[in-house]
Design a protein around this ligand. Structure first.
Ligand SMILES: [Zn+2]
Length: 259
């Protein structure tokens, strides 16, 4: 039996028995008691590598399932999974950076390694979402657009939605050029806590703060937002970090409505 070395979850989502969710750590213990690093490449089921996404879902108590993922392209596109018959291989071709569904038994997920993974839940209508929010996606207000879709497609009320922000590169480490600030400056004119000056004309950007502002603007309540406040770059070598390591693995953040 494969076991995770560290379980990463949002306590607030654990209060809903109909939900199963989790964020993959870097390592797991394999059947031979060896420590192995997660490698989710070819998670579309093409069978080129061993399917570690299955191992991760098994650790969450969901055997024989793979998460539905899309082709993430740093966009603001939202994919709505409505048809339970669509195959993983079909969906992984869809270019998008967020998934929504109200289908039970369908795990949806996003991959990140410094970008911000977000899970969103409508407890009244039982709609789940997984979002990949990097700088580009945040710039295009992907979270705001997900909420807008939830309202128009499912009839969600923003003030009822719960949102969990996963591990991402923090404002402590995410240094960017001044040009990267501009798109946010026009959007959040009065807000100041989402960036601070760095070295030689650069700035530290706080993706979490930006997305919290975006969530508030979309009508979510502060009390329904929670975050792990965990910087992938400096908090722990237990997480993959693109900024720290360059070529590296991915964190899988997944959510499912229990069948
Ligand atoms: Zn940091």
């Amino acid at each position: 039996m494969n076991t995770l070395l560290k379980k990463i979850k949002f306590n607030q989502f654990e209060n809903f028995p109909e939900l199963i969710h989790g964020i993959s750590p870097r390592y797991f213990k394999n059947d031979q008691e060896g420590i192995e690093e997660f490698n989710f490449r070819d998670c579309d089921g093409s069978g080129k590598t061993k399917d570690h996404s299955k191992i991760f879902l098994e650790s969450l108590g969901i055997a024989n399932r793979r998460p539905v993922v899309v082709d993430q392209v740093h966009s603001d596109k939202v994919f709505i999974l409505e048809n339970a018959d669509r195959t993983h291989n079909e969906i992984v071709q869809v270019q998008a950076d967020a998934l929504l569904t109200n289908l039970v038994g369908k795990a949806i997920g996003v991959f990140t390694a410094d970008c911000l993974p977000i899970l969103i839940y409508d407890p009244r209508l039982k709609v789940i979402g997984a979002i990949h929010a990097g700088r580009k996606g945040s710039e295009q207000n992907i979270l705001f657009k997900v909420v807008r879709e939830m309202v128009s497609v499912y009839g969600s009320c923003p003030e009822e939605l719960m949102v969990g922000f996963g591990p991402a590169i923090g404002g402590c480490c995410y240094e960017v050029g001044a040009d990267c600030l501009q798109p946010f400056q026009t959007q959040f004119k009065d807000a100041k806590d989402w960036f601070r000056p760095g070295s030689s004309g650069k700035y530290y950007l706080d993706l979490l703060a930006i997305n919290k502002m975006d969530a508030e603007r979309a009508g979510l309540m502060q009390g329904n937002m929670f975050s792990l406040d965990h910087c992938t770059c400096c908090s722990s070598p237990q997480m993959f970090s693109y900024r720290r390591e360059g070529k590296t693995g991915r964190i899988l953040t997944t959510i499912m409505l229990r069948p």
